[in-house]
Design a protein around this ligand. Structure first.
Ligand SMILES: *[C@@H]1O[C@H](CO)[C@@H](O)[C@H](O)[C@H]1NC(C)=O
Ligand SMILES: *[C@@H]1O[C@H](CO)[C@@H](O)[C@H](O)[C@H]1NC(C)=O
Ligand SMILES: *[C@@H]1O[C@H](CO)[C@@H](O)[C@H](O)[C@H]1NC(C)=O
Ligand SMILES: *[C@@H]1O[C@H](CO)[C@@H](O)[C@H](O)[C@H]1NC(C)=O
Length: 368
């Protein structure tokens, strides 16, 4: 399970465990089992795993470099964590953040990163090739997603190329105090700034953004969004946030439009014709556009699937920097139950946790 080999079949279980990216199809367990069997035995994407030839590295360059093993098969939220954390670590260690294109999955990750956070990826030295076997692996951030590993012990390492064996790096502590800088690295392209008819946050309008996650998330044991929680959490926000005389608008984001349509009856899709008096909206924009939207329009963000890294970034980049999330301690989430998440490492300390009052009383209250 914890193998870090680059061989496709032995490492695949690890990916199933940490990110649900490869399992796109919602449905029953029967579908899942059949499909899992299909993926294990025949993988049409197998070519993406073929390692590139080792890179021809230069030595005695007068600089030091930092690179890492990467969960390149995972989703966009995971990618941004790896880019941001390695950038933050490299800064702290006075090294150049370096990205080895080791295979096709790495190349896909790199291209996704360039689309979404081009300014951040620009900080990296990109090397077209695998890590040469002459460079040793340094054990760091190993085997867990969301627990901070103190980089102090890396400070004494003098190797020109420092390559870390870990991955995921899902802790804000790897890039402390860098929010305003990281926000500037988001895409500014016009195609990612077209939000359709979604409301704009301004002097008259307050926008609450709710991230949901269903589909594959449920089937691999992460906790998915509960519609009752979403509705009651919005009630909590409406009672506890200060709006003044502003109009309140709510936008749902997520991977499952059918699900989102059921959360608030009559919600307007971002692609629908505009309606002046609409109050509830559903984004059908691209993931990158959703993050850009959050940066400019989300006064408050609610993360309803508490281990979603994409929801995490919606909160982190958001205009208002007021973020609420379902308290993961009260839900059935595999990663948390396995003890891999340190809550204080994963969630910034000013974010606030919500929960149901009790099993019988589904009023949503703050969780302390
Ligand atoms: C968009 O971002 C790029 C860097 O990623 C920067 O060079 C460019 O000036 C930006 N354009 C605008 C209009 O801000
Ligand atoms: C990277 O290397 C691969 C194979 O070694 C090659 O096919 C590809 O063209 C290279 N890409 C760039 C941008 O040099
Ligand atoms: C470093 O780890 C990778 C897998 O993470 C492995 O493929 C490679 O052989 C290791 N390199 C050395 C020098 O041990
Ligand atoms: C449910 O919990 C809320 C919040 O604590 C409380 O105000 C309300 O009275 C409770 N409802 C019932 C029926 O106990």
């Amino acid at each position: 399970m914890r193998s870090t080999s680059h061989y496709p079949y032995s490492s695949k279980n690890v990916y199933y465990y940490y990110c649900s990216k490869v399992l796109k199809f919602p449905g029953t367990w029967a579908v899942l089992i059949v499909s899992a069997y299909y993926y294990m035995t025949y993988d049409p994407m197998a070519y993406l795993w073929i390692p590139l030839p080792p890179a021809d590295l230069k030595f005695n360059t007068g600089q030091n470099y930092l690179s890492s093993n990467l969960a390149s098969i995972c989703g966009l939220g995971n990618h941004i964590f790896e880019f941001a954390a390695l950038y933050g670590l490299a800064k702290r260690l006075n090294r150049t953040p370096t990205f080895f294109i080791e295979n096709g999955h790495h190349l896909k990750m790199l291209n996704r990163g360039k689309t979404t956070v081009p300014g951040l990826v620009d900080k990296f030295l990109i090397i077209n090739g695998s890590l040469p076997s002459t460079i040793r692996n340094t054990t760091f951030q190993k085997g867990v997603c969301c627990t901070f590993d103190n980089p102090m012990r890396l400070e004494s390492i003098k190797d020109e190329y420092l390559h870390l064996s870990g991955w995921l790096y899902q802790s804000w502590k790897y890039f402390p105090d860098m929010r305003s800088e990281l926000r500037t690295y988001l895409s500014n392209s016009s195609e990612n700034s077209n939000f359709g008819n979604l409301p704009r946050s301004d002097a008259e309008t307050h926008v609450t953004c709710i991230h949901t996650r269903r589909g594959d998330f449920l089937e691999v044991g992460f906790y998915g969004s509960d519609p009752v929680f979403v509705r009651n959490a919005l009630k909590f926000l409406n009672e506890n946030e200060v709006f003044g005389s502003k109009k309140r608008k709510t936008v749902l984001f997520g991977d499952d439009v059918k699900f989102m349509k059921k959360v608030f009856e009559g919600s307007l899709l971002s692609t629908d014709e505009n309606q002046e008096d609409a109050t509830h909206f559903i984004s059908k924009n691209s993931p990158t556009a959703d993050l850009v939207y959050s940066k400019y329009q989300c006064d408050v963000v609610l993360i309803s699937a508490p281990s979603s890294t994409f929801g995490w970034w919606m909160g982190y980049f958001s205009k208002g920097d007021k973020v609420y999330h379902m308290d993961i301690r009260y839900v059935d989430d595999r990663v948390y139950k396995a003890g891999e998440m340190n809550i204080g490492d994963f969630y910034p300390s000013h974010w606030r946790a919500l929960k149901f009052q009790s099993e019988d009383n589904l009023t949503v209250v703050e969780s302390f």
